[in-house]
Structures are given as C-alpha cells and as structure tokens.
Design a protein. Structure first.
Length: 88
C-alpha cells in the first residue's frame, strides 16, 4: 500500500512527514509496563524513542521531518482510506 500524502486520524490531519507506516505498533520505550507506542519521536535533545501518547505529550516531542512521526499500521491505513471513500 502506498503512503498517502495526508491522512486523517482521530479527527486530526497529518501530513506525509508527520506519520510513518508500520506492520504493527511497537511498545513504548519509556513505559515500564508494555504500553503500545503511537509515536516515534526525538526527545531529550536528540535520542529517538517509541512513545505512547502520554510520553509523547510530556516529553515535549514534536511531529515533522527529523522530529517525530505518528505511527499508523497498514490495517489502520486501510480503515482510514475506506472511510474517505465512504464520505465522498
Ligand atoms: Zn509510555
């Protein structure tokens, strides 16, 4: 499946540089318990980590080229594309 230029996910629009496609979601690198990560982003001055929503928020990480990406699975992308077709 090709990467679209833009997606809408949970009511927000993400441009191509703000999301990445994966087969499945990894675990958050920061959580002690295994929590699903939703972002791959830079934090604390330069290291990259998989982050859950909470850690993304409190780390102050941002989305964009060289900054961080929202992680979307191929299955989610399929659902998103289907929704868009239904709406038009
Ligand atoms: Zn976490």
């Amino acid at each position: 499946m090709e990467k679209p230029n833009e997606i809408e996910f949970e009511g927000k629009t993400y441009s191509r540089n703000e999301f990445a496609l994966r087969g499945s979601l990894p675990n958050c690198d920061i959580c002690v318990r295994n929590t699903r990560a939703r972002y791959d982003a830079k934090y604390m001055g330069g290291s990259w980590a998989f982050m859950c929503r909470n850690h993304f928020k409190c780390s102050g990480a941002k989305l964009g080229l060289g900054l961080g990406q929202l992680l979307i699975t191929y299955n989610e992308l399929k659902e998103i594309s289907k929704d868009e077709k239904d709406n038009s």
